[in-house]
Design a protein around this ligand. Structure first.
Ligand code: SF4
Length: 354
């Protein structure tokens, strides 16, 4: 396909390609891009590849609304971030929502990088679906071997899992000593570089504003403008329960089970634990939020969702009724969350909380 034909594909963020070609060409061979938290980075890394959990940027102010109606801007931005010219060798996507499933089909057709679509069942309470998820990891492993990876032996997998587990524990330990911006930057570095990322050391506890929780779907970009607006208005995000936050961490690994059956432990820590809106039932999401909101003294919720995101749109009303503290809903479109209107609503929300 010629580049000038890309704009004919309604699912692709054509402006990103035509007007904003990625400048970062230093991506290593062997990078496997993904964004879904149900893809275990340890599994990719144990095959000798470089997992990179992408945090795509908003596509800007492209015209041509007709082409973008109904398409989640996050899914489009993800596709733009992982196309071959960005240096990605392969892409792993999941079936957690229809938008990503359809985007995977489009990318598989139109991009040069192989795309693996991993099936993540919505239900999670029976042994059968755990076995299914484990089989999916096996299928993913065979894909990684075809890419040039090496099937890990048991010890290599255990070592990789321990490294990731230690890095997540170090990140969690640093949480209370970082501002919202520093925490978000540390998370982005971990998503990009895994355990090789620089984990911030202990510092003085930063000044705190009104404690807030960020809840909902993914943001577009690192959310710097959003976090700046929150801090400028006198708030601080003490809980990032968005799709790019600590909510998406797997459970800490059980050391005994890790050595008995590392792949089984990986399945349980990811599939058996991560709370999310798409899961059925999704009661674990509310149990997680209730616990963490209470423990961290959260006074208000900033709920974000992308336009056209059915999953978080459906959850929004339920969460409004469930929440015992004030909640502000923000919608991210192709401009990300940094539109002036969103920023002024954050200011007003914080004033009301004060
Ligand atoms: S924001 Fe919603 S629609 Fe978009 S990729 Fe995520 S879950 Fe899917």
């Amino acid at each position: 396909m010629e580049k000038q034909d890309l704009h004919r594909l309604p699912w692709l963020p054509w402006r990103f390609h035509l007007a904003q070609p990625p400048e970062n060409t230093d991506v290593k061979q062997g990078v496997v891009a993904y964004s879904c938290p149900f893809v275990p980075a340890e599994w990719l890394a144990a095959h000798g590849l470089h997992p990179r959990r992408m945090v795509p940027h908003a596509n800007g102010t492209a015209t041509g609304m007709g082409e973008r109606m109904g398409v989640c801007p996050y899914a489009r931005a993800f596709a733009g971030a992982v196309l071959p010219e960005a240096g990605v060798q392969a892409v792993v996507m999941t079936t957690v929502c229809d938008q990503m499933r359809r985007m995977a089909e489009t990318l598989a057709r139109e991009s040069n990088a192989p795309v693996f679509l991993m099936h993540v069942p919505k239900t999670w309470e029976t042994p059968a679906v755990h076995r299914y998820f484990r089989d999916e990891l096996g299928r993913l492993g065979r894909f990684l071997v075809r890419l040039g990876g090496t099937a890990p032996d048991r010890n290599a997998l255990i070592d990789t899992m321990l490294r990731y587990d230690a890095a997540r524990a170090a990140l969690a330990g640093a949480r209370g000593h970082l501002t919202s911006r520093q925490w978000a930057a540390a998370l982005m570095a971990f998503f990009r570089d895994g355990p090789d990322a620089q984990i911030p050391g202990k510092r003085d506890t930063p000044a705190r504003g009104i404690p807030l929780a960020l809840v909902g779907g993914p943001g577009l970009s690192d959310g710097a403008a959003l976090l700046d607006a929150i801090e400028a208005g006198g708030g601080t995000v003490v809980l990032d329960a968005s799709a790019q936050g600590e909510r998406t961490f797997p459970a800490p690994f059980d050391r005994r089970r890790l050595h008995d059956d590392p792949l089984g432990e990986l399945v349980d820590a990811y599939f058996g634990y991560i709370p999310d809106a798409f899961r059925r039932p999704n009661s674990a999401l509310y149990a997680y939020l209730k616990r963490e909101i209470g423990d961290r003294g959260v006074k208000g919720i900033i709920f974000r969702r992308c336009v056209w995101c059915d999953t978080w749109h459906a959850e929004m009303q339920r969460m409004k009724e469930w929440a015992e503290i004030p909640m502000l809903v923000l919608e991210a479109d192709d401009s990300g969350e940094s539109q002036p209107r969103a920023l002024s609503r954050i200011q007003a929300f914080l004033e009301n909380l004060r």
